[in-house]
Design a protein around this ligand. Structure first.
Ligand SMILES: [Zn+2]
Ligand SMILES: [Zn+2]
Length: 334
């Protein structure tokens, strides 16, 4: 593994230059919801949270988080499965509502992250400033959100031409400013209609919009920061990606990040027994409903070869079954 300290050297040819107004816009949408989190405790103290607000938070959280994990990440970036046009559009819209940037840029940045993970060119490695305690602390902040303001984001033409050339996705990409407004307005409208009150509108917008956006942001960013520094590394990856179990549920299974870097197109990231992966469960549901096909499910024997400790092989889901099937096939062939 080649961990490079000299991250200041920008890799040639594919830097995206952000204008100052663009940086200010990113700042508002990155820092704004986070700062608004300060309002959570006073809102609870003043009783400005209802079951409707909680439902809006959970509902919009689930929809937009799935849009990012199953849609933006496993489907659009890595092609872990195939689906029809309606599901493709639904996933792209749900992911866009998470407000993590337009689908073009998200996919481009993430593909570049995989190409250069924890080396020069990685848009958000926490190892960028070195390996001392201070450098890692600085790197964690950079990997979490600082990188969004850097000049080293990937260019769409180079990393996501397939997304750029898809007409449906371009319509959604161009509609992003409207989506930014609607992601806050929609939970407000629903809350207002259910409670038939302006207070319901405002608290719906706060909990289902602002708080939910901040929560989804920080969970996604934790995969870039925490899951490249802390946690376990059972698989042989060429970077420092790691598995972090306490993030598995909030991240919908994305925090089994060590396996993901070892086998990026695999539709399931939690491949060891007991590793909860709700996104993989959802892809399985789509498959059963004939809405997903050619799903790239894990191949237990192949994964076993990538374990650092081969004696852990029986901990891979389906490993025993795969061995038994292989033995049965061999006995038939003999
Ligand atoms: Zn990663
Ligand atoms: Zn990935």
């Amino acid at each position: 593994m080649a961990l490079v300290q000299d991250f200041e050297k920008i890799d040639e040819g594919d830097a995206l230059f952000l204008s100052t107004p663009m940086k200010i816009t990113i700042g508002i949408f990155v820092i704004g919801p986070t700062v608004a989190l300060l309002g959570v405790i006073p809102m609870i103290y003043w009783g400005l949270v209802s079951w409707v607000d909680l439902g809006l938070f959970l509902g919009f959280w689930a929809l937009t988080a799935i849009g990012v994990t199953v849609g933006y990440h496993r489907y659009f970036t890595h092609g872990s499965f195939k689906t029809n046009r309606a599901v493709k559009i639904a996933l792209a819209l749900m992911g866009s509502y998470a407000l993590e940037g337009s689908i073009n840029q998200w996919v481009a940045d993430h593909r570049k992250h995989h190409k250069f993970s924890d080396e020069i060119g990685d848009p958000h490695s926490p190892w960028r400033f070195g390996t001392s305690r201070k450098a890692i602390a600085k790197g964690l902040v950079f990997a979490h959100m600082g990188w969004l303001f850097s000049e080293q984001q990937a260019t769409v033409d180079q990393y996501a031409p397939d997304i750029r050339d898809d007409k449906d996705l371009q319509r959604i990409n161009n509609a992003f400013p409207g989506i930014v407004v609607m992601t806050f307005l929609l939970p407000g409208i629903i809350g207002g209609l259910i409670t038939w009150s302006w207070i319901g509108f405002l608290t719906g917008m706060f909990w289902g919009g602002v708080v939910r956006v901040a929560f989804v942001h920080h969970v996604t960013w934790s995969i870039n920061s925490i899951c490249h520094v802390f946690g376990k590394r059972p698989f042989k990856s060429r970077d420092l990606s790691s598995n972090v179990n306490w993030l598995a549920i909030p991240s919908f299974g994305e925090s089994w990040h060590n396996l993901h870097h070892v086998d990026p197109t695999c539709a399931r990231h939690g491949v060891l027994k007991g590793q909860i992966d709700p996104s993989a469960g959802l892809i399985r549901v789509l498959e059963r409903l004939n809405l997903a096909s050619d799903v790239r499910w894990p191949k237990p024997e192949r994964l076993a070869k990538k374990l650092i400790d081969p004696s852990m092989a029986p901990r891979i889901r389906g490993y025993d079954k795969a061995l038994a099937a292989k033995a049965a096939a061999e006995s038939v062939g003999a």
